[in-house]
Design a protein around this ligand. Structure first.
Ligand code: FPP
Length: 247
């Protein structure tokens, strides 16, 4: 992990929690390879872990959790792996999302879900509708999501309004752009966690992460990521001095 310079001990009962946490659930493939298993097996265990960590975040009072489940670039993977991921999404959405509703979690999907099979799209819509009135944590599942793709889509919508004479170029502000993103109305992520030793953002919440704190954890792959690893990342976040460009 990239530790902050401060060695201050954090009292977890008094710690400032991030309102919005993003997680890049990375390392499923390597986890499986290390065990001589197909990559799909890593995704299956990763999906179980996603459920456990989501429940935990809700239980400790995180208000928004955004997980990166499938990027706009992940279609480039072998068909076998993509198919396995799609059927995993389907199975787990049926089962896990029922449980999340019982736990008062509101589930939303960010990304271009129109690319998915009609049954998966139907399930996505149903899940959003059935959990819309939940008052606990808001879970955003990023599926067929890419930060650049999201920005292109926002710019196209704004450009159309300018062409139609509904807006002038001067009306285009950062707030207007934010309002055209999948995460419209939500706070930007305070903390983004990436396990698995990769130190990049991989097109995740590009606009929204302008002032996010990153915690890269290099000694853990997503299927092994525990609630204690999450706690360590939250401790690290609590030590950071956020200045948002000020002093
Ligand atoms: C990145 O690891 C992970 C993915 C591309 C898929 C993440 C999906 C899940 C954890 C399942 C989530 C399920 C639901 C229902 C939301 P990788 O395959 O790139 O791993 P590698 O870098 O070791 O190859």
């Amino acid at each position: 992990m990239f530790f902050s310079k401060s060695s201050k001990k954090i009292d977890r009962s008094e710690r400032i929690l991030p309102e919005h946490v993003g997680i890049i659930m990375d390392g499923n493939g390597r986890w499986a390879k290390k065990r001589g298993m197909p990559r799909q097996a890593g995704h299956r265990v990763g999906a179980e872990n996603f459920r456990k960590i989501t429940r935990y975040c809700n239980s400790i009072g995180i208000k928004y959790l955004t997980v990166y489940a499938f990027s706009t670039e992940n279609w480039k993977r072998p068909k076998e792996e993509v198919d396995a991921l799609m059927s995993l999404f389907y199975d787990y959405l049926v089962e896990a999302l029922r449980d999340f509703r019982e736990e008062n979690i509101r589930t939303r999907f960010i990304g271009d879900v129109t690319a998915f099979a009609p049954e998966l799209q139907r399930l996505i819509k149903e899940t959003e509708e059935l959990s819309a009135d939940k008052t606990g944590m808001c879970l955003n599942i990023a599926m067929n999501y890419g930060g650049r793709d999201e920005l292109v889509r926002a710019v196209q919508m704004i450009a159309k309004d300018v062409t139609d004479g509904k807006l002038s170029a001067e009306d285009v502000t950062a707030e207007l752009i934010s309002s055209q993103l999948y995460t419209a109305g939500q706070p930007d992520p305070d903390l983004i966690i990436r396990p698995s030793g990769e130190y990049r953002t991989s097109n995740f919440l590009l606009w929204q992460s302008a002032y996010s704190e990153y915690v890269f954890m290099d000694d853990i792959l997503w299927p092994d990521f525990t609630t204690e690893n999450l706690e360590e990342a939250l401790d690290e976040y609590a030590k950071r001095n956020r200045r948002f460009g000020g002093v």
